[in-house]
Design a protein around this ligand. Sequence first.
Ligand code: HEC
Length: 194
Amino acid sequence: MLGMRKVALVSVVLCCPGLTAMALDYVSDIMPIFDAKCFDCHSKREGVSKGSLQLDNLVDMEEIYIGPYASMKPGKPEESDLVRYISDPADPDTMPPKGKGERLTGEEIGLVKRWLAEGANVHPQKSRAMTAKTVSAEFHSWRNSGGKEIKARFAGLAGQKVELLLANGVKYSYPLDKLDTESQALARELDSKK
Ligand code: HEC
């Protein structure tokens, strides 16, 4: 058991080269994962709270769901019930419930674990505001899979999203897999040079 925990911890630390300097941000890195696969049943926006849980309203529910005895344990992903629910399809409490939706991918589970390991912070991280140092000087063309093109500076990859800065200063967070293959490759290349 102890051995297994150690392995899991190492994989959390090694999972995301290039992201190691920045803590994950709940709103931009974790919530989109839950939006796609959990909000049908756990969302303030959608007006549903099965088991009284709203995954887009954890700021208000922090005392119930986040803490040493809660289902999300800061610093302890392997002991968090949430991780058991999303990782083990055989668990009676598995989420989404059996046959009721798409499961998280290994990569998504890795991000959730890393967010827990980093302290399960649900408050927006102002310190992550982009600085000139982290944003590319150059404007690049980005095309989505539908062929629509925008010009923007590259600010980084955060989880499954590419962060772009438009000429008017607006920050834009776009799902990597919705970009065309060329733009995805560009994002990865720019990220690897950071
Ligand atoms: C089809 C509906 C549905 C979907 C989709 C769903 N859940 Fe649930 N979830 C439920 C229900 C129903 C309960 C309450 C179970 C109970 O109380 O026995 C629940 C309970 C939970 C709980 C426990 C809440 C508590 O109070 O302890 C967590 C954590 C949870 N879900 C996480 C998730 C996550 C993460 C996802 C997405 C990966 C997800 N759920 C997707 C229906 C859903």
